[in-house]
Ligand binder design. Sequence first.
Ligand SMILES: Nc1ncnc2c1ncn2[C@@H]1O[C@H](COP(=O)(O)OP(=O)(O)OP(=O)(O)O)[C@@H](O)[C@H]1O
Ligand SMILES: [Mg+2]
Length: 494
Amino acid sequence: MAEAGDSGGGGGGEAGPGSLPLPCLFPPGSTATPRHLPAPCAPQRCRDPFVRRRAGRGDEEEDEEEEEKVVSAETSLLNKLIRTSLVESSHAVEILQRDPNSPLYSIRTFEELPLKKELLQGIYMMGFNRPSKIQETALPMMLAYPPQNLIAQSQSGTGKTAAFVLAMLSRVNATEKYPQCLCLAPTYELALQIGCVIEAIGRFCADIKVTYAVRGNRVPQGTVLKEQIVIGTPGTMLDWCFKRKVVDVKKITLFVLDEADIMIDTQGLSFQSIRIQRALPKSCQMLLFSATFKSTVREFAGQIVSNPIMIKLREDELTLSNIRQYYFVCRSREEKYEALCNIYGSITIGQAMIFCQTRRSADWLAVAMTQDGHQVAILTAELTVVQRANVIQRFRSGKEKVLIATNVCARGIDVQQVTIVVNFSLPTNQQGEPDFETYLHRIGRTGRFGKNGIAFSMLQSQDVALVEMIEEHFQTRIKRLDPGDMEEIEKLEN
Ligand SMILES: Nc1ncnc2c1ncn2[C@@H]1O[C@H](COP(=O)(O)OP(=O)(O)OP(=O)(O)O)[C@@H](O)[C@H]1O
Ligand SMILES: [Mg+2]
């Protein structure tokens, strides 16, 4: 993925952190360099009546004491209610979690996993009822003593983030005020998203703080970081560790690589990530996560991490049955666009992500859709961090229903309302072969945690062979549709 979110070196030339528009990242009006997250960030947290009530307490001590009692009594009741209503509203997920063939299947509850009570509370507030397979399998391994390295694979949208976030929050020593855990992600947006999950699940771990090594968040040399968890992109993290020396790599006890296959196998990203990884103490626990690890990359991962436990999936287990896959054969870009309009005319779409191979085709498509009255956002690596943060924030909150993106958004981004993904062209490598991993990550932006999703690929006739190769590679079925057959497209809704 050439369009990584980090140009390295702490990124010069961007606006200061105070002007980054993500509320979860930096407090409004802040001018100082914000290195931890004092404000609630995840949307669930803001809607949470329990937290609001606590935040709204008066100053008087007696009131506070009284209130505290009420609050703790209410907490368990609220937890119960929230959990009950979720069980009802997420019936489909519940069924999947009882199906041994589903990646969401679990035999144990969160309470049976080795998690402290503050984390269980955080999990309940997230609305999680049962662990997914990867959470249930990986957590006991990650938390065992002595610490063990892990290379773990699990399908897109199956909760890998919460799995490693729970490990991070369990492992750090809250009484020690210095960085102990580093987590790297390939893009700016993904680093922020993971940070929000840490904050949300860790909301009851009052003494654990997070800071962001991302472009735009500058730390002056000589700064002493007090936060135990540092999440970031490789270039800025490298800068913080070796140039600014605000992170003492020798004190790091846990190192997490999300999207680990590209982090160790893509030019630029791999140089930076591996440089950091090599500087860590031998005893530092390493956790590598991704939905994809092609065999050469898995082998390489096994070499850079000593004695790892491997959680593997076969190629034919990677595609999810809740994401239905289709393709259209079109004669031109304009015909692809017509097919896209037909999809819009035929089925109800929550939100959509449309992937283009280049920024130019993304721009072309954005203009065409805007002229036809669609509200679209566009996200490519060429935007500034402020623009990128703005775009993803607006899309998450549903202000724009369509996000046109390049591969910069192919991995990790979690927007539950995305019901369709469109490959305006198929992802290919420099040899013109299908980029299997990117295809899988792109379609995985829909169908999150058991939800239903549809993936459409727009092809020209010479690309049909590519689809066949993808089908063969993943042992999956991608069904052909006639781009003009509205009736057939309409049927997909059922
Ligand atoms: N145990 C759970 N119960 C219910 N929802 C969950 C649970 N664990 C995670 N989720 C939700 O599932 C969604 C997908 O999780 P996440 O982003 O971690 O997937 P992922 O495995 O990292 O996928 P990707 O490979 O695309 O990065 C998130 O919205 C998350 O809140
Ligand atoms: Mg992920």
